[in-house]
Design a protein around this ligand. Structure first.
Ligand code: UDX
Length: 446
């Protein structure tokens, strides 16, 4: 049985730790934040993620999962140390590697024997080589002659479905020295999903690092493409939903990530696209397509915010209700959420804004405090409508999809609905006496 240590109990670290334990490994998760560790030991999760608590509980009970704030203890007898700390965006768009190298330094200063370091964090190509040199230097300073190997094992978990994407991955990418000891160890750590038929891609560290950025940038590009196409449909009278459906039925394109919306957000796409463009610049390569996908995404949110503001003004409205603050359904995460960006832009018009989200209210309170915006958080979705003349839907939660249209019509003081996820039936909205604004939808019965 392999003994694994995970450094960092955030989204990636915690889900990976619980997932690797479920695969049969003995896992100790370490975090510098004692409070987080104490909570985890009491089964209080630091994030909202379906099935995570159950998976953690099950594996603690099975004796395969534990949490500690003592790194030396976590490293004791462990075969591989997974680094799963955040690599946020730096001011210039590059990935900030400060937290990663602090974690690596901690490990290098406490490790006592042969070391296999597995980088799960998203890092620019070339980072694992730097980590290897760094640890070797530290070992030399400490007069340690033990061997060091660094593996790149990027994570593709999807927020809101993190547990199921970890347990049933489309592929597992392992970048390391071919036929090295670390390579065999990684195959054994992932034996369960690989024997279940999950694809394992064995490659160099550089290739593994690149795969992660290429995957996220490609998906971001797909979304920006469909959003631009939706804006064109808006002007030409074509219907984006039908266009997307027909595009998706071409097996070369596939239907996923072709849903028009308010733009992509979250902790990955916005920062990873920028970081890839910066990395390419360093190598003299112009990633113009990715840069444009990112610029277009920023612009898209502004275009939609301007539509809201101009329709509000045209109708003499000044009170707006917003449904959805999370960057997508299924998460309480508002990082880079199109909703918060749009609200910040719309607020420039001094409208009164009331907002509701089924999971993101705690994060939203912090955001309101930080920005000083005058956004009122409502206790439920219909209460948000109380004083509003118009409703703006930004996140595709089920409760919004199943909203009572008559109740919306009866509660709103005005009659405008902006559905920027295209989740409501425009006919029903108009039948209730409301004016419908989706993105690029053609719904008249002419
Ligand atoms: C993403 C990647 O999917 C995952 O593999 C990687 O590890 C981390 O980044 P995540 O950020 O959780 O995961 O969200 P995802 O479900 O991919 O959605 C990203 C954004 O794109 C969201 O804002 C979502 O609303 C938007 N989106 C997605 C669309 O607007 N249209 C789509 O068709 C799909």
């Amino acid at each position: 049985m392999n003994r694994v240590c995970i450094v960092g109990c955030g989204y990636v670290g915690l889900v990976s730790g619980a997932g690797l334990a479920e695969f049969g490994n003995i896992v100790t998760c370490y975090d510098i934040d004692t409070n987080r560790i104490n909570n985890l030991n009491k089964l209080v999760m630091p994030i909202f993620e379906p099935d995570l608590k159950e998976l953690v509980e099950k594996n603690i009970k099975a004796g395969r999962l534990g949490f500690t704030d003592n790194l030396s203890l976590a490293l004791k007898d462990c075969d591989a140390v997974f680094i799963a700390v955040q690599t946020p965006q730096d001011d210039d768009g590059n990935a900030k590697l400060k937290f990663l190298f602090t974690a690596v330094e901690d490990v290098a200063s406490k490790a006592t024997g042969n070391l296999v370091v597995v980088i799960k964090s998203t890092v620019p190509v070339g980072t694992s080589k730097e980590v290897l040199s760094y640890i070797r230097l530290k070992f030399k300073e400490r007069d340690i002659t033990a061997s060091v190997e660094v593996v790149s094992n990027p994570e593709f978990l999807i927020e809101g479905r993190a547990v199921s994407t970890f347990l049933n991955p489309d592929r597992i990418v392992i970048g390391c020295k071919p036929k090295g000891k670390a390579c065999e160890l990684m195959k054994s750590i992932y034996k369960k999903p690989s024997s279940d038929g999950r694809e394992v891609v064995l490659c160099t560290n550089e290739t593994a690092e690149t795969i992660k950025y290429a995957a996220n940038s490609f998906l971001a590009m797909k979304i920006s493409f469909i959003n631009q196409m939706a804006l064109l449909c808006q002007e030409t009278g074509a219907d984006i939903d039908t266009v997307a459906k027909a595009l998706g039925s071409d097996s070369r394109i596939n239907p996923r990530f072709l849903k028009p919306g308010p733009g992509y957000g979250g902790s990955c796409f916005p920062k990873d696209t920028k970081a890839l463009v910066r990395t390419a610049e360093k190598y003299g390569v112009d990633m113009s397509i990715i840069r444009e996908a990112d610029d277009s995404n920023e612009n898209h949110k502004k275009i939609l915010a301007d539509i809201v503001a101009s329709v509000m003004k045209k109708n003499g409205y000044s009170n707006l209700a917003v449904w959805g603050l999370a960057f997508k359904a299924g998460t309480g995460d508002i990082r880079n959420s199109p909703a918060t960006t749009m609200i910040e832009k719309i607020s420039e018009n001094n409208f009164n804004i009331s907002a509701y989200d089924p999971e993101a209210m705690t994060e939203a309170k912090k955001w309101i405090k930080q920005t000083g915006l005058k956004v009122i958080l409502a206790d439920d979705m219909y209460k948000a409508l109380d004083k509003a003349e118009a409703l703006l839907i930004v996140t595709e939660w089920e409760c919004f999809k199943n909203a009572d249209i008559t109740r919306i019509a009866n509660t709103l003081k005005g009659n405008v609905v902006f559905d920027f996820r295209n989740i409501l039936d425009p006919h029903e909205i108009e039948k209730a006496g409301l004016k419908y604004y989706g993105i690029g939808r053609r719904y008249e019965t002419d």
